[in-house]
Write a protein of this length. Structure first.
Length: 83
């Protein structure tokens, strides 16, 4: 059985019938869209989706910083004027 990652669920038929009402009823939470009682997609409000993308970007930037820290001993310090 598939794990649902949302307390809110709706069938594909319900989604087709009233997507706006589903979003209102979920109070800003994601909705698991079920097809034959299995999750096939998640309907995520735009604000939450944008926040998720921001968090993913932050994680990617943190990884770049972490990876570059090992290069620090080889760096040459200089002022902005020297650039």
């Amino acid at each position: 059985m598939n794990t649902l990652l949302s307390p809110f669920t709706a069938s594909v038929s319900e989604l087709k019938k009233s997507p706006r009402q589903l979003l209102q009823d979920s109070n800003g939470e994601a909705i698991a869209i079920l097809n034959h009682n299995k999750p096939t997609a998640y309907l995520v409000p735009a604000e939450k989706y944008e926040r998720m993308l921001d968090l993913i970007e932050d994680i990617e930037l943190a990884k770049i910083i972490h990876d570059r820290e090992s290069e620090k001993p080889f760096a040459v310090e200089m002022s902005l004027d020297e650039l």
